[in-house]
Design a protein around this ligand. Structure first.
Ligand code: FMN
Length: 192
């Protein structure tokens, strides 16, 4: 959508796949961070309604997030990627901003491979990638960007209930990422 002709509040869609809820929690934290400044919604790829697809198509920025399965996005997330091929042909998302996050059990867990997969997907759609510029404050569970990721957001969820993991630092980083993405949209798209 041409930002010049856009006549409503800028929006960010966070579209994610989560089997056990940890990645969902991160998606909602990004939305909370962004919602302080504009309209943001976290959307589960397994429950996308026509309205949700319209929200995605109208969004100024789409954040793609997946749990890591076998060093890759999950099969469900890949099915979502493939389901966008008509939009790829029509260039529906071209010119929008894009960002990504990966959540997994391991400290590394090959999250970088997932962020690279998501970046390439966004590039195929002609989107403009927004990375993660936050300098790590350290590597403890209270620290921001403790996993030292710059391509996108990385969070770790160990084998524990959703209320306990990802850790405090990772959740604060997700909130920060949402705020940063909202500021980026407002800087380049404006607040109409
Ligand atoms: C089939 C399968 C494959 C997985 N592969 C990886 C992996 O490659 N790297 C990793 O760190 N964690 C891996 N995990 C762990 C998940 O990433 C982790 O449990 C994560 O919390 C799942 O997110 P969710 O709660 O949102 O579903 C795997 C889990 C499953 C079930």
């Amino acid at each position: 959508m041409n930002p010049i002709t856009k006549d409503f509040t800028p929006t960010i869609a966070i579209v994610y796949h989560s089997s056990y809820g940890h990645t969902r929690r991160v998606a909602h934290a990004i939305a909370r961070g962004a919602n302080a400044q504009l309209d943001a919604k976290a959307l589960d790829i397994l429950q996308l309604s026509d309205d949700d697809w319209a929200y995605l198509d109208n969004a100024d920025l789409i954040v793609f997030g997946s749990a890591v399965y076998m060093g890759s996005v999950t099969a469900a997330f890949k099915a979502f990627m493939d389901s966008t091929s008509k939009r790829w042909v029509a260039r529906t998302w071209q010119g929008k901003f894009a960002a990504g996050f990966a959540n997994s059990g391991g400290l590394s867990g090959d999250k970088l491979a997932v962020l690279q997969q998501i970046t390439l997907f966004a590039m195929q759609h002609g989107m403009n990638w927004v990375g993660m510029p936050l300098m790590p404050t350290g590597s403890s569970e209270q620290d921001l960007n403790r996993l030292s990721s710059f391509l996108g957001l990385m969070t770790q969820s160990i084998d524990a209930p959703v209320e306990e993991t990802p850790c405090e630092g990772d959740m604060a980083t997700a909130l920060w990422f949402g705020e940063h993405l909202a500021q980026t949209v407002l800087r380049f798209v404006g607040n109409r």
